[in-house]
Design a protein around this ligand. Sequence first.
Ligand SMILES: Cc1ncc(COP(=O)(O)O)c(C=O)c1O
Length: 322
Amino acid sequence: MELENIRVYHGGSFVAYRDAKVGLLTHGLNYGTGCFEGIRGYWNADHGEVYLFRLAEHFARLHQSAKLRMMDLSDDVVAMCHATIELIRQNDYRQDVYVRPLAFKAAEEIGVRLHNVRHDFAIVAIPHRSYFESGAGLRTCVSSWRRIDDNSAPARAKLTGVYVSSALAKSEAIGNGFDEAIMLTPDGHVAEGSAENIFIVRDGVVHTPPLTDAILEGVTRKTAIELLRDELRVGVVERSIDRSELYQADEVFFSGTAVGVSPVIEVDRRPVGSGSTGKIAAALADLYREITLGQVAKYRHWLTPCHSSKSDRLKIPKTAVS
Ligand SMILES: Cc1ncc(COP(=O)(O)O)c(C=O)c1O
């Protein structure tokens, strides 16, 4: 599909991608003063439907990110959900999609600050392509680049400029022959991947860094914790994790919108556990895949269908907007 011709949502209306322009001096482009989201839509051919996963939760997080950027977004969560459904329909997507909402300081002027700068909002949806080249488990390294401290630039929100840290770590990892980087907090604890939250398994219990350890408040992380506890009946502990525990863990896996649940089979050239996908990661990945495809009735409320008329009566979970 030609990017130029896709329909996007920009400044409150639906336009062609080629007509949604920003200028060279745009504040967000120069100073990284924006925030964004990554949302997946899963195509189920049997249902003839694209299911958007935890749509309202993503837009609720965008509003939280926008607060940190001193932006008062004019579209509320419900309006953003409707705009996304409309976008999938206008592009007539019948395949997996990746949705990228972006709010950014739009003034074309010099002067770094957050206050008194007008902002703009856009949503682009494109066909989804696999995030990692490796279809099997991931080979990772601990990055020499640290995650940013909350007192420098908050990692808990999805802020554009903060991603320079992820980009440095990712390129270093790829340059050294790995699939992905694992980043440490400023004080040396395990934080997360360049674009994923991280989990380790030790003696049958899952451990993951707490939200206060310089990580993004991941939607898939929250989902994984719920599924591990409620469906797989596995204990989950949120606590700081030492680097050396990565080497001793029975399993390590990532969670994220782009990657789903992705097993890690190597850290710093040391095999994780037996060096192949662990049981808990495999069970969680299977369940997550089935849920996102709309195959598990109990979790259909996490999905927003785009093509059926049901989406016109969109229900927003209270937890997502509180
Ligand atoms: C730095 C970082 N951590 C974690 C995640 C996973 O978050 P989510 O599950 O909400 O996609 C992402 C992806 O958005 C990310 O960029």
